[in-house]
Design a protein around this ligand. Sequence first.
Ligand code: MN
Length: 724
Amino acid sequence: MMCTTIEQLVERIKAVDKQYDLEKIMKAYNLANDAHEGQMRSSGDPYISHPIAVASILLDFCMDTDTIAAALLHDVVEDTDIPLEDIRKKFGDDVALMVDGVTKIGQVPLNTKEEQQAENIRKILMAMSKDIRVIIIKLADRLHNMRTLDARPAHKQRKTSLETMNFYAPIAHRLGMSDVKEEMEDIAIHYLDPYGCKEIERLMELHKEERDRFIDTIKSRIRERITDIKPEPSIEGRVKSTYSIYKKVYVKNKPFDEIYDIYAVRVIVQSVIECYNVLGVIHDMFRPIPYRFKDYIATPKPNRYQSLHTTVIGREGIPFEVQIRTVEMHNTAQYGVAAHWKYKAGINKNAAGEQRFDWIRQILERQQEADDVELIADAIKTDLAPDDVYVFTPKGDVISLPVDSTVIDFAYAIHTQVGNKMTGAKVGGRMVSFDYKVKTGDIVEIITSNSANAGPNRNWLDIAKTSEAKGKIRSWFKKERREENIERGKMDLEHEFRRNGIIPEADMLSAIAERQRLGSIDDLYAAVGYGGVSLSKIIQRIKEEQLRQQKEQNNSPTKAFENIEENNRRSRRKGIIIEGVDNCLVKFAQCCNPLPGDPIIGFVTRGFGVSIHKLDCINVINNMESEENKERWIKASWAGVDDSTYRATIDIICEDRTAMIADITVAIASNHIPIHEMNAHQLKNGNANIVVTVEVAGMEQLTNIMVKVKKVPGVISVERTGKQ
Ligand code: MN
């Protein structure tokens, strides 16, 4: 039962068989009640009824005191003038973190451009990984908003329903909270396709009495056959959710009459052995439909769902699904991750440390690896897709993959090396093509070759489904086939240039490379070649760059810094002494971009000379001691500072006040330092971020400027970029 008044909530709290700190909960209620005083929901109810309802949903999940308190407070920071600090002082760090997380998730727009959406989803996953209770509260919040969606205007109903369908229901599914997921989907589909739903409901209503009688008969017949199981198993019969039938009729295009599992019977027992016993009895009573039996007890779903599923045909010729599970499995199936609060003291609330939330961590990690935001958006869509297939290795290990995965995905899921060395695949002993889509129950054998020439094919990138496989294929090409990548990238780019009528200039390409944080034009070609940077992104950048250059030519009479970048590289190169080596190829590491005067060290690369890092660069610190690289670090020093200048970029965070830019410009110019470029923008928190590129003679001069800038009133921090 859902409560909307505090009296009802308190009564429920006292009634449940769990210890709650009622004083803390009342304190949270009082603060929320005062804060929301006078606010109304669209329904006309006082606003406080919403946080109370959310708290009561969480009480159903038996969540702890802090979660209930945070639920009562979840809209306080966003909708009233009470600062988070107050909540921290009064209720502690945990409650404050949850309120903050829920507030932040609420502010993330989900129906935005794809690449923005990827970033937004990342923010939500970050909040989840800090404390999984954050998303459990958010799901309860969304569930209540869905239940009360009727009071909202039509366009809001649609927007909220779409968000719920695309994002919150899949998250609930991934967390195993199937009741929440089903209810969300059922409500959402009614707003998204009211006519389609009406039709389904009409069909279901048509034989309601017959059906109810049918389910009752099945239940009692099963009960008669398992009287020896004590305590008596509970047997439930039900019609599946509107949305699950909707999907079959409209998405999979099945005639209503042919849907096998409109009816489902659930048998809940005490032990796993009893599950299999009941299965034997059911298969003895009714004829099982081939290939419809699924053992999710031996092979749980990734969200930990466990049950035996089988579809059988009764005497009446009507097929129905039977689900058999233990009480514990049943609770996990209903409450998912929240079941832990119901039956145990709780779990490690920090999702980053929990194996079961590996997928959150994996999505976040994959995002950091990808070079391109479009690839990230793509990865998230696949990773959040709820359907999985289960495929077996010849040894019987189970690999779970998203629907539509191919043998390539399977190979990479086993091991990166298996994927990279794959030359073919067999399913059930028969050779299949690389684009074969694996199905649940397939036994897949990957054929590999140890030949040095073995390696993935570029078109695998189009065939593979999972971001994991795609990422591994890309990184193979990145590492193994540089020459080929450069050639291919160049070809692809030139083709794309012709198509867009662009005549590229060398300095424009190097500017693009720099903006993509790539060291050279060749690196840019290579990145295009292995698919790390998308062509459309580069074309877009070039168009921007052309525009910018046009403007610059119109505006600035001098082109004083035109060739400075090239001079810069040349003179720095001249100025490096590498111990024991004469006249070798030197390049400056992109990660730390050393300047004359910086303490430096060289690293002997494979085939590209020596790359120079700052001694305190994080890559140096992390790799200095590694066995395989130890030998390759080499002493390097500056040959003595000459009179040429170098370009350095500093990143300034400051208050957003009038004349700030003027003051910073004066601080820099007073040292007679030319400013090459300056960009400023406002930050979300009201501060400003100014990025200045200057021409300096060396480290000493740069340090000087930075000290000066730091003294400008309102400047919060000054940092050199490229420094890690
Ligand atoms: Mn809310």
